[in-house]
Design a protein around this ligand. Structure first.
Ligand code: 5RP
Length: 257
């Protein structure tokens, strides 16, 4: 791995701990003005200093993020369908040149395993890795599974392994029972998405379990920005990821905010 690739990965994964708290705020690329992100700047500005990396689309980055930020950027580069369409019908929407121009430390796209367009999205991942490696840019593969498929260790494990086989440098997936099996089968770092908003304590417990079972961090959105105390919540998640706090200890940080 050359210097550029390693340097960018160190901007995403905090070199002090080898782990990352990514703040996912890309939801609008298919959901429009999602709850909590309607006024993007108002929500994201106070959270940004507490994130190692912001996962965001180019449009929101260009229009709503202060270029003075010290937080690194991972750019979502896939899209196409809205929430009303066939979600797996995604293509690459943002070029490598744009990612470089925006000083992204990484780029991310979804693969849809077990969905109507799985083959195209997986082939797109291979092509994106080919291009990104030319410039030393790490690629995050986001594993979505078909609507009828359980989000369990079998299917998430399948999706994560395929992503790694195609060359993804790190993978985002969901936490599930027997998550350690997903980690075991995937030779590149895994970060977890938070999924739908759940009670704060449950989200912190999920984070603690994921880290204990081998995740190298989170790329979390709704369970942070839809919380009643978003700053408290991101600080709590940080304590688990970077300091090995328990969910109970982290909950106190959330409450105190
Ligand atoms: C949507 C995404 C989101 O970034 C991902 O789902 C993380 O957000 P959340 O924690 O809200 O699930 O990739 O496709």
């Amino acid at each position: 791995m050359d210097f550029g690739m390693r340097n960018r990965l160190n901007k995403i994964f905090n070199p002090d701990t080898g782990k990352t708290v990514m703040l996912a705020v890309d939801h609008g690329y298919f959901q429009g003005p999602t709850t909590g992100l309607r006024n993007f700047k108002q929500t994201v500005d106070p959270l940004l200093p507490h994130a190692d990396c912001l996962f965001v689309t180019r449009g929101m980055l260009r229009n709503c993020v202060d270029p003075k930020t010290k937080t690194s950027i991972c750019l979502r580069v896939s899209g196409g369908p809205s929430i009303l369409g066939e979600l797996s019908n995604e293509d690459i929407t943002t070029s490598i040149e744009e990612a470089i121009r925006l000083n992204a430390s990484g780029i991310g796209m979804s693969i849809f395993v077990g969905a109507p367009n799985e083959d195209r999205t997986i082939a797109n991942l291979g092509r994106l890795v080919n291009e990104a490696e030319r410039y030393g840019i790490p690629v995050l593969a986001i594993t979505a599974v078909g609507r009828d498929m359980a989000r369990d260790a079998r299917y998430l494990g399948l999706a994560c392994r395929i992503a790694a086989e195609l060359g993804a440098h790190f993978v985002k997936t969901y936490y599930c029972e027997d998550f350690y099996k997903v980690v075991e089968g995937c030779p590149v770092p895994i970060v977890i998405a938070g999924g739908k908003k759940i009670p704060e304590m449950d989200a912190l417990k999920m984070t603690e379990n994921a880290i204990k079972e081998g995740a190298l961090g989170v790329d979390m959105g709704r369970n942070i920005f839809q919380s009643d105390k978003p700053v408290g919540m991101i600080k709590a998640v940080r304590a688990i990821v970077h300091e090995g706090a328990t969910a109970e200890e982290a909950y106190k940080i959330y409450e105190k905010e």
